[in-house]
Write a new protein. Structure first.
Length: 261
């Protein structure tokens, strides 16, 4: 017989892993393994196994010179959950207004490893409508939503993400080396937008901006897509509209832009 709270069905290994994840998320980088193991009431060997298992699942990753931080695998799971929660709720009305204002499809995507996953799509009542679908996955190094997220991550994190990974060219514009990608990301970061004039699909233009959470970390990106000719005639207006929409969504997530004195 189980007791009323169902404790007979709890899994101690899973509990230990979730407790460790919470500690790391709250700022414990596990630089003192003896202390962390003692406070979790587990052995150093168990802690080491948990760390390596969570790293293999990409729930955590090495944090700079030492310790651990929450990794892209766990962030991706949270982002997918946000598709029916905070992120999507914050983004949907803004994306719909953006789509109507520029007459093109507007999208929101998140980084999942080396891919960008489309989570939200809003289309205008008329004019150009993209054929991209929610759930679509595109290579982040080639797609501008992926590029603008990567552009706002530390260089070391980008290098680690692509270390030894193939970088297939989608078009002649695609960066196929880490150094080439970092050069492109520097341009995107400087502009505050990632532009694509036929960079991913011939004849199709797009522009993307990063969405930040309350900590300032890029958790998503938005873009609009349309025919290249439309961007040639309205580049400044479209870019400003996408920047403003990304800022509004970020603000709804708690991000506060710091003013430069």
């Amino acid at each position: 017989m189980s007791d009323d709270n169902g404790s007979d069905y709890l899994s101690p290994p899973v509990q230990r892993a979730t407790k460790l994840l919470r500690r790391i998320a709250e700022g414990d980088r596990v630089t003192n393994m003896s202390r962390t193991a003692r406070e979790l009431d587990i052995s150093r060997t168990t802690l080491l196994r948990l760390l390596h298992t969570l790293e293999a699942e990409r729930f955590i990753e090495p944090a700079g010179d030492s310790g651990w931080r929450i990794g892209p695998g766990l962030i991706a799971i949270a982002a997918h959950a946000f598709a029916s929660g905070d992120l999507a709720e914050a983004a949907q009305p803004v994306l719909q207004a953006l789509a109507e204002s520029v007459g093109m499809s507007a999208h929101l995507g998140v980084l999942d490893g080396r891919e960008v996953v489309y989570l939200v799509r809003r289309t205008p009542s008329a004019a150009f409508v993209s054929n991209i679908r929610v759930g679509s996955r595109l290579p982040a190094h080639a797609a501008n939503m992926g590029r603008i997220i990567l552009a706002h991550l530390p260089e070391a994190e980008v290098r680690a993400l692509y270390a030894g990974a193939p970088m297939t060219a989608v078009t002649p514009h695609t960066a196929t080396t880490v150094d080439g990608l970092l050069a492109r990301l520097a341009q995107d970061r400087e502009a505050g937008l990632a532009w694509s004039e036929g960079f991913f699909e011939p004849g199709i233009g797009s522009v993307a901006a990063a969405v930040r959470d309350a900590r300032g970390r890029p958790v998503a990106a938005i873009n609009v897509s349309g025919q290249v000719v439309n961007f040639e005639a309205n580049r400044a207006r479209i870019g400003a509209a996408v920047s403003d929409a990304a800022a509004e969504i970020s603000g709804r997530l708690g991000f506060v832009m710091r003013k430069v004195a």
